[in-house]
Design a protein. Structure first.
Length: 135
């Protein structure tokens, strides 16, 4: 494959069946997601227990110091005053306990890197707050 455009063209047909779904699948998916959300909200054992202290500890011990897609780095978060990191942790905790992730945590940037031989692989740049919440 001689160009990025040609590489994308070769993969388009392969992935087209996975990208295009009929409307019946959308309704089933929405119904299943609603049922899972109701189940999660009814179960107190699945609640997120994030605090400012746990968010600070996750940030301070996170080895990758690069920025996330939310433009935070773990180093910046670890250096925040406790009052601010407590507020951020509370927002994250409340949103995840309500099964409603902040829209900022849904921004995943997909980069396509070429392999030395042929083909490609993708890498994902996720938000730093999402990474730290999942630790």
């Amino acid at each position: 494959v001689s160009s990025p455009e040609a590489a994308i063209e070769t993969k388009r047909d392969l992935w087209a069946t996975k990208w295009t779904r009929n409307s019946g699948d959308k309704l089933t998916t929405a119904t299943n997601l609603f049922a899972l959300c109701a189940l999660a909200l009814a179960d107190d054992t699945t609640s997120n227990s994030m605090t400012g202290a746990t968010l600070h500890d996750s940030a301070a011990t996170y080895k990758n110091k690069a920025f996330g897609s939310d433009m935070w780095s773990s180093l910046e978060l670890a250096r925040l005053p406790i009052l601010l990191i407590d507020a951020i942790a509370l927002v994250c905790k409340n949103s995840f306990n309500a099964c409603c992730a902040p829209h900022q945590s849904l921004l995943n940037l997909q980069g396509c890197l070429g392999k030395p031989g042929s083909g490609h692989r993708t890498v994902t740049k996720t938000p730093m707050l999402y990474r730290l919440t999942c630790r």
